[in-house]
Design a protein around this ligand. Structure first.
Ligand code: AMP
Ligand code: ZN
Length: 134
């Protein structure tokens, strides 16, 4: 199942026009296109989810929109619907794994720890998570 998901490249997402299509210089766009391998756990018309390469919890999944936007705020302005799809995917994955709790996080800007400038929701779970975060 996962192997077939990983070997099935997406078509560029163009519903909103060229300004928000996939960017061939972006790591996560290249994962969406299947040009860079990733451990994909969910894919639908609007989002792709894959395991973080450097997991911070037993479940650490990145959920990304299938269009290139820099951060969550920009995504919300372009498409509230796709923003909601990211949270729906997080809930679906959390339910599949019967997580007793989970955290959904968007880092925005380098000072907040954002290192990849394609909006992505971190889904963390599978262990007790401390608050406040560092
Ligand atoms: P952020 O620091 O919020 O921008 O999150 C970027 C995340 O992407 C980090 O948690 C990285 O570990 C993760 N990451 C970087 N490269 C890859 C990759 N090739 N596959 C999966 N996750 C990655
Ligand atoms: Zn991108």
């Amino acid at each position: 199942m996962l192997e077939s998901l990983q070997s099935q490249p997406c078509q560029p997402y163009s519903r909103y026009g060229e300004d928000v299509a996939l960017d061939s210089a972006c790591l996560f766009c290249r994962i969406i296109l299947g040009e860079i391998p990733a451990d994909i756990v969910l894919r639908n018309d609007n989002v792709v989810a894959f395991n973080d390469i450097n997991p911070q919890a037993p479940t650490h999944v990145l959920i990304v929109p299938r269009l290139h936007v820099e951060n969550a705020g920009e995504l919300a302005q372009i498409s509230p619907s796709i923003t909601a799809d990211l949270f729906s995917a997080a809930a679906e994955i959390a339910a599949q794994r019967a997580l007793s709790g989970h955290r959904a996080v968007f880092n925005t800007g380098a000072d907040a720890g954002q290192s990849v400038f394609h909006a992505h929701l971190h889904l963390l779970g599978g262990r007790a998570l401390a608050w406040p975060p560092g």
